[in-house]
Design a protein around this ligand. Structure first.
Ligand code: F6P
Length: 549
């Protein structure tokens, strides 16, 4: 059903009126006025805790935001997604990453096929294979166990497994070293190949389509490198594929027995739960991979049944929408206070921006409000010593999601309290800031004269009132990581519904792919240079000249 423009809805207009004052509220005052603000604006789900009290919202704002969610049909569209309806309209596909984490005893029939049975058949294959590699029963061509796994993929076929393998580092098999090659830049592959032994290395060629240029070139390079050290017959012990495209896998020379399939209803950026997660299963073992799926399923169930008032993904989405729409925040910074979540911001960049980086509605008309913010970030405390200056005192307001585990998965004394102190202090500082009067009083107390103090006041003043969320978990375990990722998946879904964009296609990456093919032909001299603009022509000519030096 075609949605009205968001600005034409009654709930949006009610929010607009509310925002006239609310966007100027001072959070310091909101906290001072209501000692119950923390319990009121926090929520638990699937082992995660979300504190969204450090936003310029109150109960009325949240109520109005939830009215908007209802008016946009978030609940009905959520149910349509879970039921396997073809909500990816431009590709005529269902969107069923949630089915990848359904327990075995459930059923979900889509186009006459029980997808849960299919999912669990592949999971069994993954279990068997990962058990054999991990136990040492699966041997390389010279009879030695596998020591290194190289996942070759890009986008969703890289970011998910890479992020999760790092996040679950403490659960990893001690013999198996995981490597990830994604970039078509040969330096990426080169850096990995120089570390591994062909006799003990397993390559996973991970590509939903099995036509992605970067992955295919990297896979061919790995194959040629391997064949310089071994025979064609040995390939089967060292190359496996993860894909939806059996024909292309066969054509590449990988035995379909060593192929782990998935389905077109799994989007690349939602695929870590599928056989794209094979690297994860190999690294941490199938039991923990299963726990990871179970954690995501717990968040799915929460998202599916919890009332909107207590629904964590919905609340996270609506507060994000408020900041984007009414505070004009054009970016969102992700700050994991956990080194093992180092790749989480990069993962979320694809999840959020490839999903909602759209400017037309499902009906093909321009969205009449700004859509997805730029998502970026880095682990705290490193980020503090790099760009937090701008977040505290720069001219733009950037909301921040702080993510932390209450207990570490290491046993080094002294570190974790220091880490958490930094995390909590930053969210406090962004909220309270430091007024000119406070700065002045400090400086005078330090013995500075009036003139000297006044000169410093503007530089040392923090505007504060800068929004943030804090997401806490007990420890970074497989189920809690699963829940965390699913939280952001559903948040992304809800915002896509508000903007009425198709969060499940990615046509925006196509143009560059096509043009790169043309230029590649020109660079390799196979066809005469095409007439581009003078800049592009000039760059091509420079590259060709340099290669002939
Ligand atoms: O080009 C973007 C994209 O299609 C992503 O959506 C996807 O995750 C990535 O490329 C990799 O695609 P594939 O798994 O088919 O190689």
């Amino acid at each position: 059903m075609r949605q009205p423009a968001i600005t034409a809805t009654a709930s949006f207009q009610a929010l607009e009126s509310h925002a006239v004052d609310a966007k100027h509220w001072q959070m310091r005052q909101l906290f001072a006025a209501d000692p119950q603000r923390f319990p009121k604006l926090t929520v638990d789900a699937a082992g995660l805790f979300l504190d969204y009290s450090k936003n310029r919202v109150d109960a009325t704002t949240v109520g109005l935001l939830l009215d908007l969610a209802r008016e946009r049909g978030v609940e009905a569209q959520r149910d349509a997604m879970f039921a396997g309806e073809k909500i990816n309209l431009t590709e005529h596909r269902a969107v069923l990453h949630t089915a990848l984490r359904l327990p075995r005893d459930k059923a979900l029939v889509v186009d006459g096929q029980d997808v849960v049975a299919d999912v669990h058949a592949v999971l069994e294959h993954m279990r068997d294979f990962s058990d054999r590699v991990r136990s040492g029963a699966w041997l390389g061509h010279s009879g030695k166990p596998i020591t290194d796994v190289v996942n070759i993929g890009i986008g969703g076929s890289d970011l998910g497994p890479k992020m999760v393998c790092l996040a679950l580092r403490s659960y990893a098999h001690p013999r198996l070293k995981m490597h990830f090659v994604s970039n078509v830049d040969g330096h990426d592959m080169d850096a990995v190949l120089e570390q591994v032994d062909p006799a003990t290395t397993l390559f996973i060629v991970a590509s939903k389509t099995f036509v992605t240029a970067e992955t295919m070139l990297n896979a061919q390079t790995a194959r040629s490198w391997f064949l310089r050290h071994a025979k064609e017959d040995d390939l089967a012990r060292h190359f496996v594929a993860v894909s939806t495209n059996t024909e292309a896998v066969k054509a590449f020379g990988i035995d379909p027995v060593n192929m782990f399939p998935f389905w077109d209803w799994v989007g690349g950026r939602y695929s870590v739960w599928s056989s794209i997660g094979l690297a994860v299963a190999l690294s941490v073992g199938f039991g923990y991979f299963n726990d990871f799926l179970a954690g995501a399923h717990a968040m799915d169930e929460h998202f599916r049944v919890a009332p909107l008032e207590q629904n964590m993904p919905v609340l996270l989405a609506m507060v994000g929408f408020w900041n984007r729409q009414f505070l004009g925040c054009s970016s969102l910074s992700i700050a994991p206070y956990h080194q093992d979540l180092n790749r989480f911001p990069a993962y979320l960049q694809q999840l959020d921006m490839e999903s909602n980086g759209k400017r037309v509605t499902k009906g093909g008309v321009p969205v009449d409000v700004p859509t997805c913010p730029v998502v970026w970030g880095e682990c705290g405390t490193n980020a503090q010593h790099a760009y937090f200056q701008l977040l505290h005192q720069g001219s733009d307001v950037t909301p921040i999601d702080f993510i932390a585990a209450l207990r570490p998965t290491h046993d080094l004394p002294g570190h974790h309290d220091s880490l958490l102190a930094n995390c909590f202090a930053q969210s406090e500082a962004f909220m309270t800031g430091k007024t000119g009067d406070e700065v002045r009083a400090d400086l005078r107390a330090q013995g500075l004269g009036e003139v000297e103090a006044e000169a410093l006041v503007p530089h040392k003043t923090f505007p504060g009132n800068r929004p943030s969320n804090t997401i806490l978990m007990d420890q970074l375990t497989p189920p809690l990581l699963g829940a965390l990722i699913a939280l952001y998946e559903h948040k992304t879904f809800v915002q896509g519904v508000l903007w009425d964009v198709n969060s499940f296609d990615q046509w925006g990456v196509e143009l560059g792919k096509v043009l790169a093919k043309n230029i590649h032909h020109e660079l390799t001299g196979e066809i005469a240079p095409e007439r581009h603009d003078s800049s592009t022509n000039g760059l091509i000519i420079m590259a060709k000249a340099a290669q002939h030096i």
